[in-house]
Design a binder for this molecule. Structure first.
Ligand code: XMP
Length: 521
């Protein structure tokens, strides 16, 4: 991975549900922030040349024998280089514990909003009102301060709600400044970033574009880059950055796998072809559909689709190499959460679904170039808008690589594809008419291989069911079902049953993630 050339803050993750939020808040304030596992070797952390380190909250207690600890030699390095370090909740308790203070479990646990009293004279809390409401969530407390530090805020039941040890650049808060409910939370984060760490707010969309394009130019020189574009936001934005950097040395390939939504192939071709000097379209519908016949198992479907894609792509790559010359690089639209999901930063992630197509660069013997690897989805969208993509395009709902194959809970056939596509069009249409389509992370139809009895006119029917899946989410790691208006749901279901031949029942999926996943397969 190329390391970013921005003032950087590292957040060491001790397992808090708010860790991502800390990074997001800091990035929103213009400072590049990267989350790393607490167990990362110190040398890896040092490579980032952080201007400051944040220790996140976490569910453990520092006095438990298996509690999570700092990277080996962290404290010596932090002290010798005077790296400002902010502990949040567990992070503060850990600092207090390892620096010689005392942390104990208390009977007066604090959850939810509490009022802190801020003491005079700390840089961290300078802009916070004397009495402020903050978000607390802890059962342990710092009871005795480590030598050389002092209390800078307290509550009626928590004697050390915030502390600092100015001499060694350490500060900590027992509450969560990253949570929206904490009054003055943004001021605290701002004070840490700019006053204490001395960061400059260089993490801005326009800076990112200029720096990335310049870096791509210097890395790629006169080499050729091949890139698969899916019509999704990530691959399009990544390809646009490459196009801006190397123009005609980039060749984009769009493969129609026969599994896309109604009208999508035409739409993608119309939208994308004009943006790129070299845009190649490959119709591989037959290959994919033929290989998917009889396949029920979702991972098998994904494997077949990935393999077929590699073959088709490889064939196109050889054809292009013969006509325009060899390629050195493969462009990919990987973003930061893809790296988290595929286990780069999290040791806890288990294999649920194979989302990522890792075999392509090895098969093609190409080096990988990933212009978006530092970004989160909302940042990719802002970059896309800045590069001139219409807002309707950058705000498209995510669509899985295996497309409709994971929305047909049975072997894929042309008739089932028709059913799921037609139902999807009706759902989208009704949500758009009601003006709510943009409110959801994803909204789609799923074909269920369940035949049940119905009555249409005077005849008995024995036909299939369609499920509607509509969820709200921040990042797809968790999702909550949309609380849709009943009339809207009923109207949609009635239209699907009337207009989609072969369906006589529509179900609304009421499962949150976890424990369900967003897609059915
Ligand atoms: P799940 O179903 O795991 O989905 O809750 C989380 C997000 O990932 C998308 N998804 C995929 N994307 N290839 C992809 O590129 C896949 O195989 C795949 N499976 C799920 C899903 O649409 C949701 O946004």
């Amino acid at each position: 991975m190329t390391l970013p050339n921005y003032d950087t803050i590292v957040v060491l993750d001790f397992g808090s549900q708010y860790t991502q939020l800390i990074a997001r808040r800091m990035r929103e304030l213009g400072v590049y922030t990267e989350i790393l596992p607490h167990s990362i070797p110190l040398s890896e952390l040092q490579l980032r040349k952080p201007k400051g380190v944040v220790l996140s909250g976490g569910p453990m207690s520092v006095y438990e024998s298996d509690s999570l600890n700092l990277p080996a030699d962290f404290l010596e390095w932090q002290e010798s280089r005077s790296i400002p370090t902010l502990g949040i909740c567990y992070g503060m308790q850990l600092l207090a514990h390892v620096l010689g203070g005392k942390v104990l479990a208390v009977t007066n646990r604090e959850y939810g909003l509490q009022t802190i009293s801020v003491l005079e004279g700390s840089q961290l809390l300078e802009a916070v009102r004397k009495k402020s409401q903050v978000w607390m969530s802890h059962g342990d407390q710092v009871q005795a301060l480590p030598p050389g530090s002092r209390v800078i805020a307290k509550t009626s039941t928590c004697p050390v709600a915030a502390l600092e040890s100015k001499g060694r650049g350490i500060c900590g808060v027992q509450f969560h400044p990253e949570v929206h409910h904490t009054e003055g939370g943004t001021d605290i984060i701002r004070a840490f970033l700019f006053d204490i760490c001395g960061c400059s707010p260089t993490w801005q969309v326009s800076n990112f574009i200029d720096q990335t394009v310049a870096e791509l130019k210097s890395t790629l020189g006169s080499e050729r880059v091949l890139m698969g574009v899916s019509g999704g936001v990530d691959s399009t934005v990544a390809a646009l950055l490459l196009q801006n950097a190397i123009g005609g040395q980039l060749h984009c390939v769009f493969v129609d796998n026969g599994l896309l939504r109604t009208g999508e192939v035409e739409e993608v071709r119309a939208n994308l072809a004009p943006l790129f000097t070299n845009f190649h379209f490959v119709d591989a519908t037959e290959i994919f559909l033929q290989r998917l016949q009889d396949i029920v198992d979702p991972e098998e479907k994904r494997r077949i689709i990935a393999t077929a894609f590699i073959e088709v792509f490889q064939q196109k790559a050889s054809e292009l190499s013969r006509s325009v010359g060899d390629f050195t690089y493969l462009g990919q639209g990987t973003i930061a959460p893809d790296r988290i999901e595929s286990g780069v930063t999290s040791s806890a992630s288990s294999h649920i679904k194979s989302h990522h197509n890792v075999a392509l660069p090895e098969t093609l013997h190409l080096k990988v170039i990933e212009p978006l690897q530092l970004l989160y989805k909302d940042e990719v969208r802002r970059v896309g808008e800045e590069l001139g993509l219409p807002s309707s395009f950058v705000n498209r709902q995510p669509f899985p690589g295996p497309a409709m194959a994971v929305r047909i809970v049975a072997p894929v056939t042309t008739d089932r594809l028709r059913i799921v596509r037609e139902a999807d069009v009706i759902l989208t249409d009704e949500l758009k008419r009601a003006g709510v389509f943009g409110d959801f992370w994803q909204a789609f139809a799923v074909f269920l291989p369940v035949q049940s009895v119905g009555v249409m006119g005077d005849s008995r029917t024995f036909e299939y069911a369609v499920a509607l899946r509509i969820v709200e989410s921040e990042d797809a790691m968790t999702a909550r079902i949309a609380h849709l208006d009943w009339d809207l749901l009923e109207r949609t279901a009635t239209r699907i049953i009337n207009e989609v031949h072969g369906v006589n029942r529509v179900l609304y999926d009421l499962s949150n993630k976890p424990p369900a996943t967003i897609e059915f397969l």
